[in-house]
Design a protein around this ligand. Structure first.
Ligand code: IPE
Ligand code: IPE
Ligand code: MG
Length: 224
């Protein structure tokens, strides 16, 4: 049985779900939040230590302003309403990505991270305004500035995922098979599962089925 310390998820398919069911992409984003809650619960149940959720990419700014604003409002309300509960459950929240949002949201994100920073049950890394290419270039810049040797180990220290083990498992919902600029470095040896269901339809049963499959895969890491 493979140990499972870190699951990363590309939560894709909200827009299509919303259009199909409610004639509104934003309704899909709202419904997607329920799936987030279910998946957090199941992650704790499965005793997984790290969960990374791709919520907004550096490329998602290309979307209509109305959708972008809706997404950030949803996030703001989620944090305002749920952070105490997450804290009570001993969950640590960490943001990966460039924190350049409204003053209000920046403050809320910083406060949520600070409040939960000592928690130990589960660490949720929320990838927000996250782009892997930017992260890697930035890491190289800082590595060169620091004048230490260029090595895999030293580069890791300058990534936003420093102190977090690489994902063992990547799941992408929404019936699309691509990485969309997510954790390109860290996913080098992850097991990848592409799920047909759209994110709002994905549930704890689908998730635990994937986890069970993952457990029995033979991971080689180049060995035989
Ligand atoms: C993923 O769902 C959520 C975000 C990118 C914020 P999408 O909004 O990309 O949903 P589809 O792919 O258009 O259906
Ligand atoms: C990836 O989904 C980003 C998130 C889930 C946050 P996208 O829907 O933005 O990806 P592309 O544009 O279809 O590749
Ligand atoms: Mg999409």
């Amino acid at each position: 049985m493979n140990p499972l310390n870190h699951v990363a998820i590309i939560m894709d398919g909200n827009g299509r779900w919303g259009l199909k069911k409610r004639n509104s992409r934003n309704a899909g984003h709202k419904a997607g939040l329920n799936t987030v809650e279910k998946i957090i619960k199941e992650t704790i149940k499965q005793k997984i230590r790290f969960l990374t959720l791709y919520a907004f990419s550096t490329e998602n700014w290309k979307r209509p302003k109305k959708e972008v604003n809706y997404l950030f409002n949803l996030l703001e309300n989620f944090l305002i309403n749920r952070i105490d509960e997450l804290h009570k459950q001993n969950i640590k929240l960490k943001i990966i990505g460039i924190k350049s949002f409204s003053n209000k949201l920046n403050k809320l994100l910083n406060a949520s991270e600070k409040k939960t920073s000592k928690n130990t049950k589960l660490q949720i890394n929320l990838a927000l305004n996250y782009g892997s290419k930017f992260e890697i270039i930035n890491a190289f810049k800082n590595l060169l500035k620091s004048k230490v040797k260029i090595s895999e180990k030293n580069l890791n220290k300058y990534l936003q995922t420093k102190d977090i083990p690489d994902p063992d498992l990547l799941i992408r919902t929404g019936n699309t098979k691509r990485l969309s600029n997510f954790l390109l470095w860290q996913l080098a040896y992850s097991e990848i599962f592409f799920e047909k269901k759209l994110w709002p339809d994905f549930n704890e049963k689908d998730y635990s089925k994937i986890i069970n499959n993952f457990r029995s895969v033979k991971r080689n890491f180049g060995n035989i």
